[in-house]
Structure formats: structure tokens, C-alpha cells
Design a protein around this ligand. Structure first.
Ligand code: C2E
Ligand code: MG
Ligand code: MG
Ligand code: MG
Length: 275
């Protein structure tokens, strides 16, 4: 009886594993065609200064799947990274964001907004990345000073090598801005920070969620802010949801703020209220 149960469990396990493989294959096939079928879209979320005025927008990808509805990046970006599809998907993101930025730069109210674009490790490490980006810059005619790439700490610190450093320096020399995203969540070898020509540290929401009540989180953010001041980096507090959090984070010295308090990610048609 126990044996039979064990076998049943095994069969069940194999079936669900097979289902998982099938599901992923189906998703991967769907994603392969998603760019061509025009199913991907960008949402934009405001980043504000201490006066709560918009200073930047972060482009956040969404997938309008014909059957699954609006799919969040957490549900397909990892798959895109594993399969290599992140390369064409990432290029679509850059092209679309730069086209939008070109329009903002013609608009008196929006001309000063930075366009912040997330770039995956795998995409950034692709040998053609810089050239592709510079081609997009030329094609869209943007002032490149308005473009900020968000790289994650894990990309930079787990595998930093000369090639990667040179890439970042080269982008900076062309005027592209670089932010370190989700700062504090990777395993940081902080010494690399002094060699990297960064503009901004984005402090991960996990440190800020409970900031009003957790002295340990307060201590960590104080230390990060001191570091940022020394290195002359801007700081963005991620995930600001309440006025009390905003006031606290502003009082300890963050320079920029992002979160549902100021606006949720929304399609470009819904950005008017910020303009
Ligand atoms: P991220 O770059 O750290 O983006 C911030 C995430 O936090 C976004 O989730 C945003 O909707 C969410 N968020 C912002 N404010 C708040 C808040 O006040 N409360 C809460 N609970 N959440 C908030 P989203 O759009 O689901 O994106 C998740 C992640 O997917 C991003 O994290 C980024 O790592 C990745 N991602 C998004 N778009 C792209 C893309 O175009 N390319 C790549 N490679 N990755 C992307
Ligand atoms: Mg980001
Ligand atoms: Mg982030
Ligand atoms: Mg984050």
C-alpha cells in the first residue's frame, strides 16, 4: 500500500513536471513571436524629486498575452533570459523607450524627464550591446543625456571583469547614464563602486518597506546614503507607498523617490496627468 502510494506520488510528480516543461515550452514559443505580433508594451512609472515633481520615468515591460492577459515581467523575463530571447526583447524595449523619449524631448513639460530602462545581465553582456544601443540613439535622434540604464547589482558584482568595466566606461563616455538597481540585495563587494562611473543607486524596496519601524533598516539606509554622498551618487528610494515613508526618506537624505504614492506604472496614454 505504501509502495503503491509511493508509485502514485512518483507518477504524479512526473506528470506535473512534464506539465511544467510543456507550459514553459508553450510560453517560450509564444514569446518568440510576441515582438512580431506587437504584444509587448511598456508601462511608465514616475520617479520624483523631494518636491514630488517628476524627474524621470522608469520603463517597465508588460506582455499583452492573447490568452493569459497582461503578464508581469517576473513571469516571463526569467524565461527570456534563460532562452536568450531577452536579446531581441531587450532591443525592442530600448528602441521603444528611446522613441518615446524622443517625443518627450520635444515637449516643454517633459523635456527634462530621464528615461530609465532596465537591462538584463545577459543582454548587457552581449558583444553587440553598445553598438546596437548607439544605433538606436542615432535612429531615434534622442539627446542621450536623457537615457539611464538600470543594471542590477548581481550583474556587476558577481562577474565584474575588465570587459564589463570597459563597457560601462564606454557608455558613460557617450553620455549614457547608469543606475545600479535593487541596490543592497546582491552580494556586494563594495570596493567595485569606486571604479564604476555610476550616476545613481536605487535602494531596494525590501529595505524601505518597514523603514518607519525597523531600526536595522534605518541603519542600513543611513550607511548607504553616506556611501552615496561620498561617491557623489544620486539615490532613489524604491517602493514608496505612504506619505509618512516619503517624509522620512526625504528627511534622511534620499534625492529621488519612486512608488505607488506618486503613481503606478501606466501606459503612455495615461501619463498626461504628470505633464
Ligand atoms: P525593478 O526594475 O526594480 O522595477 C520596480 C518594480 O517595483 C516594478 O515592478 C514596479 O511596478 C514595482 N513597484 C514600484 N513602486 C512600487 C510600490 O510602491 N510598491 C510595490 N509593491 N511595488 C512597486 P514590475 O513592473 O513588475 O517589474 C519587476 C521587475 O522586472 C523590475 O524590477 C525589473 O527588474 C524587471 N523588468 C521590468 N521591465 C523590464 C525590462 O524592460 N527589461 C528587463 N530586463 N527587466 C525588466
Ligand atoms: Mg528598475
Ligand atoms: Mg528596482
Ligand atoms: Mg526592485
Amino acid at each position: 500500500r505504501a509502495k503503491a502510494n509511493g508509485r502514485n506520488c512518483m507518477v504524479f510528480f512526473e506528470i506535473s513536471q512534464q506539465e511544467e516543461v510543456n507550459r514553459r515550452n508553450a510560453m517560450e514559443n509564444d514569446l518568440r513571436g510576441a515582438v512580431a505580433r506587437n504584444e509587448l508594451c511598456l508601462y511608465y512609472q514616475p520617479i520624483v524629486n523631494g518636491q514630488a515633481e517628476v524627474s524621470a520615468m522608469e520603463a517597465l515591460i508588460r506582455w499583452r498575452h492573447p490568452k493569459r492577459g497582461l503578464v508581469a515581467p517576473a513571469d516571463f523575463i526569467p524565461l527570456a533570459e534563460q532562452s536568450g530571447l531577452i536579446v531581441p526583447v531587450g532591443l525592442w524595449v530600448l528602441e521603444t523607450a528611446c522613441r518615446e523619449l524622443a517625443e518627450w524631448q520635444q515637449d516643454p513639460v517633459r523635456a527634462k524627464w530621464l528615461m530609465c530602462v532596465n537591462v538584463s545581465a545577459r543582454q548587457f553582456k552581449e558583444p553587440g550591446f553598445c553598438q546596437h544601443l548607439l544605433d538606436i540613439v542615432t535612429r531615434t535622434g534622442i539627446n542621450v543625456a536623457g537615457l539611464c540604464l538600470e543594471l542590477t547589482e548581481s550583474l556587476l558584482f558577481s562577474n565584474i571583469d575588465q570587459t564589463l568595466l570597459e563597457k560601462i566606461h564606454s557608455l558613460r563616455s557617450h553620455g549614457v547614464k547608469i543606475a545600479l538597481d535593487d541596490f543592497g540585495t546582491g552580494y556586494s563587494s563594495l570596493s567595485y563602486l569606486k571604479d564604476l562611473p555610476l550616476n545613481t543607486l536605487k535602494i531596494d524596496r525590501s529595505f524601505l518597506r518597514d523603514i518607519l519601524h525597523n531600526p536595522k533598516d534605518q541603519g542600513i539606509t543611513d550607511a548607504i546614503l553616506a556611501l552615496a554622498r561620498t561617491l557623489e551618487l544620486q539615490t532613489v528610494a524604491e517602493g514608496v507607498e505612504t506619505q509618512e515613508q516619503f517624509e522620512y526618506l526625504r528627511s534622511v537624505g534620499f534625492s529621488r523617490f519612486q512608488g505607488f504614492l506618486f503613481g503606478r506604472p501606466a501606459p503612455k496614454e495615461e501619463l498626461q496627468k504628470h505633464g
